[in-house]
Design a protein around this ligand. Structure first.
Ligand code: ZN
Length: 156
């Protein structure tokens, strides 16, 4: 698919920033309101493609998923996250679940399908490996000790 080479990453991140601005301007026009400009963090890892916090005026993006799915990321994920900011800035937090009717309303204003989940291939994204429990160590008082990663679980 559309995998960007690392040299394109700076440009791609700029395009994402411009897309954020684009959607905020659409929202300002539609709702006849002024909205803040969120700060953008590129720190997401794992399977979450994007995250937004309206109170902190922040959006988090996922550099690897953006790089591996650039077109869809730019068209879907960016608008999805900006819509979360706008739904709270415009409608407040009360009776406003994160993918509820107010969020869908903003997505409609953005002319984007109100899709909750992404379908990026996350098989190449490093996730925290689940530690395998060790063989139980039998103690003389009948209890067993199982080590799970760095955590020691005592089973009685
Ligand atoms: Zn969402």
């Amino acid at each position: 698919m559309d995998i960007l080479c690392p040299q394109d990453m700076a440009l791609a991140q700029r395009m994402v920033r411009e897309r954020v601005e684009h959607y905020i301007q659409i929202a300002e026009k539609h709702y006849k309101n002024k909205f803040p400009r969120p700060s953008i963090q590129w720190s997401l890892k794992g399977t979450t493609a994007g995250k937004a916090n309206a109170g902190e005026e922040k959006i988090w993006f996922h550099p690897q998923l953006m790089r591996e799915n650039f077109d869809t990321y730019l068209n879907q994920t960016v608008g999805h996250e900006v819509a979360h900011l706008v739904q709270y800035w415009e409608f407040g937090y009360e009776n406003n679940p994160s993918h509820g009717s107010k969020w869908r309303n903003v997505m409609y204003v953005f002319r984007l399908p109100a899709k909750r989940c992404h379908n990026y291939d996350t098989s190449k994204v490093p996730t925290q490996r689940r530690a395998k429990p060790s063989q139980p160590i039998q103690l003389s008082d009948g209890s067993k000790i199982i080590t799970l990663g760095a955590v020691r679980i005592v089973q009685l």
